[in-house]
Design a binder for this molecule. Structure first.
Ligand code: ADP
Length: 334
């Protein structure tokens, strides 16, 4: 379909105004999709359906790229005047389980579903998002002491602890310094982002505490490998969020099953299903399983996350992203 270039976002807003009132949270007219986020807090299901149908009806005769409508429910206790993006924290019990890989791909999958999403790399021990997101060497600008996120080719603006240090300088964030560094990233100019995916350091240290106390996440995703040890550690990470009243959206099992690049056969070097079983026992949702593949590793190193392309791994991340958005009250309709 070729969109009529003469239609502007302002015109769409004018057409929608009588239908949405102040419930139009955001609108973006892109080349491939017209993305609309509706604020549906306080409406029952019928009211939400009516609102969405009203929007589709109002735009029916306009020559626009396909509509993607997301419904965002009001957050409980949210400060109406200062509504920042919804924060999704991604944690793990220990390092090396693929938490950063999952965070990056999750953010990209969310962006592909039409949600405006930013990515924060708060991993003080080894900020790896600049490499994963192909933004190594870029420096964020600042305006009035507020950082401006770095744009990436995946439509996901990002900031990393790595961006706060001079290149080559070792980072030894400790205590309050780590918390303040996190605050700089979270309080950056995220524009009209709906969601921030925050890649936390592994474990339960100062950054996690600041995250929970100052920027209460709407939910947490826990990444684990199928190994028992990682699961035990993951349990500690869950405990921290749980105690602070941060809802656990669910667990992702990474490196579950090895897919041989030659024959495509799947084997289980670390066992499989451990995270799913543990999630079941503890009463948490299991969001999905990402296999161990050479392709995921080489793409991660090359700044080409699989979620940005089409294929079975991208599908798995899209599925996980949908569940996570659901978990924070943002239902994305195709
Ligand atoms: P963490 O953030 O938990 O420390 P990373 O995301 O940095 O872990 O991943 C650690 C290493 O494992 C990286 O080299 C990454 O490319 C690789 N990796 C992560 N997930 C997978 C996977 N599913 N298949 C293959 N390699 C993976």
């Amino acid at each position: 379909m070729t969109a009529d270039k003469s239609i502007t976002e302002t015109e769409i807003r004018q057409v929608l105004a009588p239908v949405t009132g102040d419930r139009l949270a955001s609108l973006r007219l892109g080349a491939e999709a017209t993305v609309i986020v509706l604020e549906v807090g306080g409406l029952d299901q019928l009211g939400r359906d009516r609102l969405e149908i009203g929007v589709r009806d109002a735009l029916r005769t306009m020559d626009l790229p396909p509509l993607r409508i997301a419904q965002m429910a009001d957050r409980e206790g949210a400060d109406e005047e200062k509504r920042g993006p919804v924060i999704v924290a991604v944690g793990s019990g220990k390092g090396g389980v693929g938490k950063s890989t999952v965070s990056a791909n999750l953010a990209i999958a969310m962006a592909r579903s039409g949600v405006k999403v930013g990515l924060v790399d708060a991993d003080i021990y080894g900020p790896s998002q600049p490499r994963l997101m192909a933004s190594e060497g870029e420096r964020p600008q600042a305006r009035d002491k507020q950082l401006i996120p770095v744009q990436t080719r995946f439509g996901v603006p990002m900031l990393s602890m790595g961006h706060l240090a001079e290149p080559g300088q070792a980072i030894a964030w400790r205590g309050p310094m780590a918390g303040n560094a996190l605050a700089q990233l979270i309080e950056a100019d995220w524009g009209d982002a709906d969601v921030l995916v925050v890649d936390l350091p592994p474990g339960t240290g100062d950054v996690q505490l600041t995250m929970i106390q100052r920027f209460k996440p709407a939910g947490a995703v826990i990444v684990s490998t199928p190994q028992d040890l990682a699961l035990m550690d993951a349990t500690r990470a869950i405990g921290l969020f749980d105690k602070a009243g941060v809802p656990i959206i669910g667990m992702v099992e990474n490196m579950a099953g090895y897919i041989c690049p030659h024959c495509g056969e799947e084997s289980d070097p670390f066992g499989s299903g451990g995270a799913e079983a543990a999630a079941g026992t503890m009463g948490y949702a299991f969001l999905g399983r990402i296999p161990l593949t050479i392709d995921i590793r080489t793409r991660s190193d090359a700044g080409r996350p699989p979620a940005a392309d089409d294929g079975p791994i991208a599908d798995r991340f899209a599925d996980i992203a949908r569940q996570v958005l659901d978990g924070v009250g943002m239902t994305v309709a195709a």
